[in-house]
Design a binder for this molecule. Structure first.
Ligand code: UD1
Length: 422
């Protein structure tokens, strides 16, 4: 078990390249199940969640290797098992992404039912309803989803909420179903769009990519691709920008897609950061006082729920009272009591964190409860007086590649230290 030890008070300065998107690659890897053959995915981040997905693919019979350049090699010629065991699903909910491809290609899938998670209930009913609409017979037994079909058939599917995961699973399944599927109220997140584009390159017929209505005309088979390029991680990019703003530093992000960061960049400008955007580079400077602000999370292109915890940390350094409301995961505030241990003036009322900025933060030992919560604690540690120890950083390692090394190169004083503390 590792922890981070942070000595606060250093401004971040310099250039950092944004890694490939975790959430996009987690959707791209199971897509390889749809076409037997050899696939290569470039710009794959070296993260715990990617290892978990790779192990799950290996249990199905795939051969998976990640090389040091970030190219993921996946050979899906010998898939012979159709089960995602609890052991993988409990580590990572995105394991449910094998459901759609296995059903579409083999007519059967058994996937452990994901439980709750650190930030509240996260149902999978829309995934299951989607598969049923396409003709799958689904039973739940002994904590497992058992799905079977002779042949999937296209259908109209309206999502009650624009779920990223349900859209992804339905896209996979509809790509190989007979006839047309129309998904309305589909998620429009860049990770969904990236998957849809890759499916099209593999031979799928999908219209409306990037919109909330996706029309998929099923095809008999898909082809593996010699290689596909993953998109940049917009959540990691936002985290680095927020870190620079909090320390009143200046940072240059490369390998970023600024279009994917629209609302976050707008908010950063609104509070007083200076941004310079040029192609795939974003520069941020911040030296004066920051204005408080209110954000409310919403499906893309709204403010991402995956950035709300980091934004709340940033607002601790702004002059005045700010609010962060999460409409997607209303209880995703596990980081708040930990920030309070650092001296933060922050409270939660229903699904809103109310933050009074500029209280002096003092280093302390804090504990991560989930991936983005841990990011917000690290950010707070960067500006707290003295030493902050952040425990349970295995959460953080799920989604940030060597974060401490990259922050150190920007001037932060942060070390990874093995520990028995839990
Ligand atoms: C994905 C992201 C996660 C992000 C989330 C919201 C991945 C691997 N994870 O998660 O980082 O925080 O999108 O942007 O890409 N819902 C239902 N029934 C369902 C599915 C979802 O009610 O069957 C609800 C959820 O409880 C939530 C909302 O829909 O309130 C959005 O969830 P969803 O978009 O599905 O999130 P994930 O795909 O799990």
């Amino acid at each position: 078990m590792d922890k981070f030890v942070i000595e606060g008070g250093h401004r971040l300065r310099g250039t950092v390249a944004v890694a490939g998107s975790k959430n996009a690659v987690l959707a791209l890897i199971p897509a390889t199940l749809l076409a037997p053959g050899i696939h290569r995915i470039r710009h794959t981040p070296n993260l715990r969640d990617v290892w978990t997905m790779s192990r799950l693919m290996a249990t199905l019979g795939a051969h998976v290797e990640l090389d040091s350049s970030g190219e993921l090699f996946v050979d899906t010629r010998a898939i012979e098992h159709f089960e995602a065991p609890y052991e993988h699903v409990k580590r990572m909910r995105a394991s449910i992404y094998v459901l759609g491809p296995l059903l579409a290609r083999f007519g059967r899938a058994r996937v452990s039912l994901p439980g709750g998670c650190a930030f509240g209930p996260r149902p999978v009913d829309l995934h299951l309803k989607g598969m049923e609409k396409l003709g799958a017979h689904i039973t739940i037994e002994h904590g497992y989803i058992d799905a079977r079909t002779d042949r999937l058939r296209g259908a109209p599917i309206h999502l009650d909420v624009p779920s990223v995961g349900a859209t992804v699973n339905i896209l996979y399944a509809a790509a190989l179903a007979d006839g047309e599927t129309v998904i309305t109220n589909a998620a429009m997140e860049p990770e969904v769009t990236a998957l849809a584009r890759v499916l099209v390159a593999m031979g799928a017929r999908i219209d409306g990519i990037g919109t909330s209505t996706l029309r998929i005309e099923g095809v008999r088979e898909l082809q593996p691709l010699p290689w596909v390029e993953n998109i940049p991680d917009r959540i990691e990019a936002a985290t680095f920008l927020i870190a620079a703003a909090m320390t009143r530093g200046s940072i240059r992000l490369t390998c970023v897609n600024p279009y994917h960061l629209g609302t976050v960049l707008d908010k950063l400008e609104e509070i007083g950061c200076i941004l310079d955007i040029d192609g795939s580079t974003v520069e941020l400077r911040c030296n004066g006082e920051l204005r408080p602000s209110n954000v409310t999370t919403a499906p893309y292109p709204g403010f991402p729920t995956d950035v709300q915890a980091q934004w709340a940390a940033l607002m601790l350094t702004a002059g005045g009272s700010s609010r962060v409301t999460d409409t997607i995961y209303p209880t995703r505030f596990g980081y708040v009591p930990e920030l309070r241990r650092l001296g933060a003036d922050i409270e939660v009322i229903e699904n809103t964190a109310i933050i009074n900025g500029q209280a002096r933060l003092e280093g302390a030992t804090v504990m991560s409860s989930d991936l983005r919560a841990s990011a917000s604690l690290v950010l707070a540690g960067l500006v707290a007086d003295g030493r902050t120890d952040v425990l349970r950083i295995y959460h953080l390692d799920r989604g940030y590649e060597r974060l401490e090394e990259r922050l150190r190169r920007l001037g932060a004083a942060i070390e990874r230290v093995p520990t028995d503390e839990f």
